[in-house]
Design a protein around this ligand. Structure first.
Ligand code: PFF
Length: 450
């Protein structure tokens, strides 16, 4: 199944959409988006985020899918089929997948621990004022978080080892609907709490004075992270899509789902946070400290808490498999190694890389590289630098090297489909995306200050 010439494929466009939405919807939507919103000014950040998603996020996601669908091969080869020198974007994607999955799996491990503690009723019995100490105490341990991160990686690699249709697609079809049901249950609970409207207002009311250069960089990083743009994971998924499918409608569906879930996650978190007079600016601890405090004060809190952390776990798994798949498809198609073997080898390497990340919350808490702790360093490198940079290069490749005729031929299935998005896509790729992403990257590395 792994061999060239006989590639596995998604069995349907629906399977592809679910798997891609699964990749997009993850910790980024339910853990990162609410805390980024909370620390970057609420409603104004949400509006900025939406604008960036529509203008450049969707555009670049479609760029990745188009490159992959055209290439019908792993990311490195797919870039190579358009222009040999650009293969390195694929190599870079393979390279980034290691640290990205490493820190993703650390948080993934926390979600397993929190799901179990919630289901056992232990989490909700922690007194509210000790919830921060409970979280800090757990993540600061040496072995326990490492064991949970290993379990998370094993779940991930077992799914990936089963291949595209039998592993990734099949599990996306199970986990995604389950995730959606959990989200709706939590949403109804949260917005019907007394005092919830304060949170809704805070979330929806933009305060534009909060927007500055670093908020824009954060919103762009968040958009790319959330849509899984820049890693070439979506090039890889696109390569498993049949030539008959409509790329634009599939892309817009994925973007729609991803954005909807992020916005809804905000409606779960903020009304509950405000209803119990908590602070929205809790940063990365928001869903691990503030929310459990809320659950502990709620009737049937253990049930809602377990639902929430399972939701987070399912969302994380359907994303981590896509991060892994970028590399697995490259290695299995380039070297004589089976998917199963490669999944285990890859999992073990990522595990080793993840250990320092996990320890950085405890005994290695003082280690600082380039002025950042290890976890922040991995996150900043991946989300704010590497993903936007690769996405920028993809736009250059398609807009300026591949050119309009060839790109549009792939996008429109050789001129057989047409819609409004197809008509505006190419100028967005060629001019708008490189400009916006380029400026923001220059700001992120400190060359330009705005
Ligand atoms: N989109 C995922 C999330 O929102 O959690 C994270 C992610 C997955 C980023 C795959 C990049 C990627 F290629």
């Amino acid at each position: 199944m792994d061999n060239k010439g006989n590639r596995d494929q998604f069995t349907s466009g629906f399977g592809f959409v679910l798997a891609s939405a699964g990749s997009a919807i993850g910790l980024g939507n339910i853990w990162r988006f609410p805390y980024m919103t909370g620390t970057n000014g609420g409603g104004a950040f949400v509006l900025l985020y939406l604008a960036i998603v529509l203008l450049v996020g969707a555009t670049l996601l479609l760029v990745e899918f188009t490159i992959g669908r055209h290439g019908q091969a792993n990311a490195v080869e797919s870039y190579g089929k358009i222009s040999k020198p650009f293969k390195w974007i694929g190599y870079l994607g393979v390279f980034i997948s290691f640290p990205l999955l490493a820190y993703y799996a650390v948080v993934g491990g926390w979600t397993i621990y929190y799901s179990m503690q919630s289901a056992l009723g232990k989490l909700t019995s922690v007194p509210a004022d000790q919830m921060g100490a409970f979280f800090g105490g757990f993540i600061g341990l040496v072995t326990s978080p490492i064991i949970y991160l290993a379990i998370f990686l094993i779940f991930t690699l077992l799914i990936v080892a089963r291949g595209v249709s039998g592993g990734i697609e099949k599990w996306s079809k199970i986990l995604m609907p389950a995730m959606f049901v959990l989200l709706v249950i939590l949403l109804v609970r949260s917005v019907t709490l007394p005092g919830a409207m304060e949170g809704v207002k805070w979330y929806l009311k933009p305060d534009f004075s909060k927007i500055n250069g670093s908020v824009v960089v954060a919103a762009l990083g968040q958009a790319f992270f959330s849509l899984s743009v820049g890693l070439s994971g979506m090039v890889t998924y696109g390569s498993y899509l049949s030539k008959k499918e409509n790329l634009t409608t599939n892309t817009l569906t994925v973007v729609g789902f991803d954005t909807l879930i992020a916005i809804l996650a905000g409606f779960v978190v903020f009304p509950a946070v405000f209803a119990f007079s908590m602070e929205p600016g809790g940063g990365p601890g928001l869903v691990f400290i503030t929310l459990p405090q809320v659950f502990s004060k709620m009737p049937m809190g253990a049930f809602f808490s377990a639902s929430f952390f399972l939701l987070l776990l399912f969302a994380a798994l359907t994303s981590s498999i896509s991060i892994m798949e970028v590399s697995i498809s490259y290695f299995t198609e380039s070297f004589n190694v089976s998917r199963r073997q490669m999944s285990w080898i890859y999992g073990i390497i990522v595990f080793v890389l993840a250990i320092p990340v996990s320890l950085s919350f405890g005994i290695w808490g003082d280690v600082s590289i380039f002025g950042k702790g290890i976890f922040d360093l991995y996150d900043y490198f991946c989300a704010n630098l590497a993903l936007p940079f690769c996405a920028f290069m993809c736009a250059i490749l398609v807009g300026w090297v591949w050119g309009k005729d060839k790109a549009m031929a792939e996008l429109t299935n050789n001129g057989t489909i047409d819609n409004w998005y197809i008509r505006i896509w190419f100028p967005l790729v060629k001019y708008v995306s490189p400009l916006v992403v380029g400026l923001i990257l220059l700001n992120a590395i400190g060359v330009l200050k705005f």
